[in-house]
Structures are given as C-alpha cells and as structure tokens.
Design a protein. Structure first.
Lengths: 100, 97
C-alpha cells in the first residue's frame, strides 16, 4: 500500500491530466493582450477557482519505492537511500560506484 | 531607401500569402501557452501501477501451482520467534466508554 502522500500525489496528477486543456485555454485568454481587460480578468478569476488537485504546481516527484518527498533523483524516480540500495545490488543498469 | 509604409504593407501581404501569424506591433497574444506541449500524460505515468501483479494474486488464480510466498513465510516465522522470546504483540486494550 503506497504512502498517503503518494496517493495524494497520484490524485493530483490525474486531476492535472483531466483539467489541463481547460486551464490552458483560460491561461491563453488571461494572457492575451488583445482581449478587453474585463475578459482577461474574468479568465484569471476562473483560473483561481481551480482546486489544488488540478494545479500542476501541487504535483511533486516522490520516491516510487518509499514515498519520500526529498532527495529524489528524477532519472530513477528514487530517493537517495533507495537509489543507493538498488545501485549496490546491481538493479540499476549502467550505475556503478564512482572513482576517478 | 524604401518607405516604411511600403515595408509594412509588404509584411502584411507576406503573412497573408504564407499563412503565418501577423503581429506588426509585437503585442503579446498568449500564443506561447498554446504552443507548449501538454504535460498531463507524462505526469500520470510516473508511478508504476500499484499492485498490478503480486504473488497473492497468482496464488489465488493458479492454486494448483503450489506457489510459496517466501516473504510472507519469513514474516510469519519472525512473529513466531518473537512470541517464543516473549516479545509478541501486546493484547488489544478493551476501551471502556
């Protein structure tokens, strides 16, 4: 059973996927200088009404093994300790101890 | 040499012919937000599917294969050892009211 925080993150990602087009459309209208200011303002207010599980800023890469929020290496999706465990075990292709 | 009005007219006709965006005053149109690629599909694929395939599922589906879940057996053995040592889980407290 994944972490509670990981479940929240999954929920946020799905929300972002569903609302991305709508948000993009509102953003376009809100940033278009050719539109009258009232229309732009209305679009910006609509953007503000979106809940937190629809905003891409709420999405955070977490460790896929442990659910840790910090120290994530994005190439592997693992936190630093899980990365170390797997790398020493040989489960990460092409990763070996550095020495130079 | 060439009048700026002529150049502006040329720009307008050029954009019309080649079907490009005509923006002589360089006003911000918000087109850059439309040009950006969508991030939703790649975001959703980040976590591996939760419990897509587990030993318990295979055991239930093919009971004739007689699969033994080593991790589960080890866990049960650890619990038995702890009980022998007197370190088992304490009795559940009966809540009064």
């Amino acid at each position: 059973m994944p972490n509670a925080r990981v479940l929240r993150d999954i929920k946020a990602r799905q929300g972002v996927l569903q609302n991305e087009l709508l948000r993009r459309a509102y953003l376009y209208v809100a940033r278009d200088q050719r539109q009258p200011p009232q229309v732009r303002h209305q679009a910006q207010l609509q953007l503000n009404t979106f809940g937190k599980y629809t905003r891409p800023t709420t999405v955070k890469n977490r460790c896929i093994e442990s659910g840790r929020g910090r120290g994530i290496m994005s190439e592997f999706g693992l936190c630093r300790f899980q990365f170390r465990l797997k790398a020493l075990n040989g489960e990460l292709p092409g990763v070996r101890k550095a020495s130079w | 040499s060439v009048a700026p009005s002529a150049l502006a007219a040329l720009n307008r006709v050029r954009c019309q012919i080649f079907q490009t965006a005509y923006n002589p005053t360089s006003i911000r149109t918000g087109a850059k937000y439309l040009r950006r690629r969508l991030r939703g599909p790649s975001m959703v694929k980040y976590y591996p599917p939760y419990e897509a395939l587990s030993i318990a599922k295979i055991m239930k589906q093919y009971p004739e294969w007689d699969i033994v879940d080593e991790a589960e057996q080890q866990r049960l053995r650890d619990i038995e050892d702890k009980k022998k040592r007197g370190k088992g889980a304490p009795k559940k407290a009966k809540a009064r009211g």
